[in-house]
Design a protein around this ligand. Structure first.
Ligand code: MTE
Ligand code: MO
Length: 555
């Protein structure tokens, strides 16, 4: 059980819990104009030419069409499981979203450049305002697990369910084309577009078009809607999800550009979620309006009659889905560690085999450098750090020890002499924001060559002067393998300046195939150990220990 002690209460019950959605007016106007134009065109057509004829789609005549009749068991199962997984994806996605409650179409996330925000706050510029300060609160009633800074557990639910979502989608796609069922949802003639428009004119002018029996086929608009949900929204949600992975984006920067950049991918990911919800709203409304009992028999029982059983069993199904939210909530707050480990048992080996093999390979240009870079984490309050900071870290000595042949203590000047490299890379925070900056420092590989880790050293631990969200010194670990990769730096410079205090002076880690929380700031010392299990709560870092983050966040 996560105990809501004073620090947790301060995080989860912030003073300011106002909810607010702000959308950039030009976007609201654009959407309103597009919708009104379509509705207006419908009314004009209706006034001038009357209601257009909606010819029945060929599929509805079972006699002249050997295609799909009814809903086989696999369709009904896929329909149910998809609903289950999508709802949990949306609920956990909302928790992740409000941890950085702003969406952008640019990669630097400069406050004020967002097109939508879910916070009433404008970012203050007269004091340090970290990304963690900016996070908002969501009730567990609408999100999993809800409250503030629960992005770790929310990601566990998101990633567990995305496996179910993808497997369901693959089964559905295979069966769809293995049977005649694909004819239901794949338009085979461009005329469908005209028919869809004609159907839209009916709805937009408050008429219900003649209803085909959905047991055999759909009207054109319905067909296009189902087609789009499955063949466009589903793949787009997955593709834009992958475009937020630091390992992918930092190996193949072009991949994020397909979607207009990393933040644009995040925005599109959100918009596909909205599209799913909008579809759900219209879908449920029409299922209810066009013969509820019969429609429910179709999709629940696979029969085409007017009985009530399908309806009742359908309600049970919806009940099971709602129950899954309650169970997810219970597990989140009572067994978070087990949850974290459950996901890890699947994703850790999988990432080692796939995403973690990608070698960071970025080369952004000077023009790409973000004008703004969100700071994160609590500034150190330790007296020794303040003392060093006041003297420009001239007296600072980095201690590197543990399982090494040659423990060293190095000043910033000593480090500089070891060699210095620069890189312009994109930072990905688990909360959702990104930023591009130029980092200068020494490659971890150089340091490792100097200290010579013993063969039993597999893990490198970075300890900070600063404290973590729930108190206690911040630390994190990396596998030896990952710090030996290119672009892993001990950075002492940012954008050609000595590393500013808020960004981690005197030293911070850069490890470009992972999320931001692995990049310890305000580094005090480095220790080589056998395994991360010996440190802290044994999960590999302070966030992993306290907030159930992943040990290896390649995504
Ligand atoms: N010591 C320490 N290092 C830390 C953190 C922290 O809270 N304490 N936060 C991490 C997180 S979550 C991120 S996103 C990055 C933020 O780096 P930035 O402030 O340069 O943007 O630092 C990481 N390093
Ligand atoms: Mo972060």
């Amino acid at each position: 059980m996560i105990s809501f002690d004073a620090t947790h209460r301060a995080v989860h019950y912030p003073k300011d819990r106002r909810f607010c959605i702000w959308i950039r007016p030009s976007i609201l106007i654009g959407i309103a104009v597009a919708v009104l134009a379509a509705v207006l065109a419908s009314w004009i057509e209706f006034a001038v030419a009357g209601l257009p004829h909606v010819p029945p789609v060929p599929q509805i005549y079972p006699n002249n069409f050997a295609g799909p009749h009814g809903f086989p068991l696999w369709v009904r199962y896929c329909h149910f499981f998809n609903f289950l997984f999508v709802m949990l994806l949306i609920r956990s996605g909302l928790s992740i979203l409000v941890d950085h409650p702003r969406l952008y179409f640019n990669d630097d996330c400069t406050p004020g450049s967002e097109w939508i925000r879910f916070t009433p706050l404008k970012v203050p510029r007269d004091r340090i305002w970290t990304a963690k300060d900016d996070a908002r609160y969501l009730s567990p009633i609408i999100s999993t697990p809800g409250y503030r800074h629960t992005v770790g557990i929310a990601r566990v639910w998101h990633f567990i369910n995305v496996h179910g979502f993808i497997v369901t989608g693959i089964v559905f796609a295979i069966m769809l084309f293995d049977t005649e069922q694909w004819r239901r949802i794949v338009p085979t003639s461009p005329l469908v577009l005209l028919q869809a428009w004609n159907t839209f004119v009916h709805y937009a002018t408050f008429h219900l078009p003649a209803e085909p029996n959905g047991f055999y086929g759909y009207n054109a608009l319905q067909q296009i809607a189902y087609f789009t949900v499955f063949f466009v929204f589903g793949p787009l949600a997955i593709a834009t999800g992958i475009a937020m992975s630091p390992a992918v984006v930092n190996r193949f920067p072009w991949y994020a550009r397909i979607f207009g950049g990393r933040q644009s991918a995040r925005s599109i990911h959100f918009l596909t979620m909205l599209s799913f919800l909008a579809f759900l709203g219209v879908h449920v409304t029409l299922v209810v309006m066009t013969g509820f009992a019969r429609n429910m028999n179709h999709i629940v029982m696979g029969t085409d009659d007017q009985g009530h059983l399908g309806m009742y069993l359908g309600f049970v199904g919806i009940g099971v889905v709602v129950l899954s939210w309650v169970v997810a909530h219970y597990i989140s707050w009572n067994h978070p560690r087990k949850l974290q480990h459950a996901l890890k048992s699947v994703t850790y080996p999988m990432q080692l085999l796939t995403l973690n093999r990608l070698i960071p390979h970025q080369n952004y240009s000077e023009q790409d450098i973000s004008p703004y870079f969100w700071p994160n984490g609590k500034m150190p309050v330790r007296e020794d750090w303040k003392y060093l900071a006041e003297r420009g870290f001239r007296n600072f000595k980095l201690k590197v020890g543990g399982l090494v042949e040659n423990p060293v203590e190095l000043s910033l000047a000593d480090l500089e002499k070891l060699g210095r490299v620069e890189q312009i890379t994109m930072h990905h925070c688990i909360q959702g924001w990104s930023g591009i900056a130029k980092w200068g420092g020494i490659p971890m590989k150089t340091l490792i060559d100097l200290v010579c880790p013993r063969p039993e050293a597999h893990t490198v631990a970075f300890f900070s002067f600063g404290e973590a969200l729930y108190g206690g010194p911040y630390y994190d670990t990396q596998s030896l393998e990952n710090v030996l990769k290119p672009q892993c730096l001990l950075a002492s410079e940012m954008n050609d300046q000595p590393l500013p205090e808020v960004y981690g002076a005197p030293l911070r880690l850069r490890v470009e195939n992972q999320l931001g929380y692995k990049m310890v700031k305000w580094i005090e010392r480095i220790e080589f150990v056998e395994s991360e299990k010996k440190l802290g709560a044994g999960e590999g870092g302070k966030n992993e220990d306290d907030e159930y983050f992943d040990l290896l966040p390649n995504i």
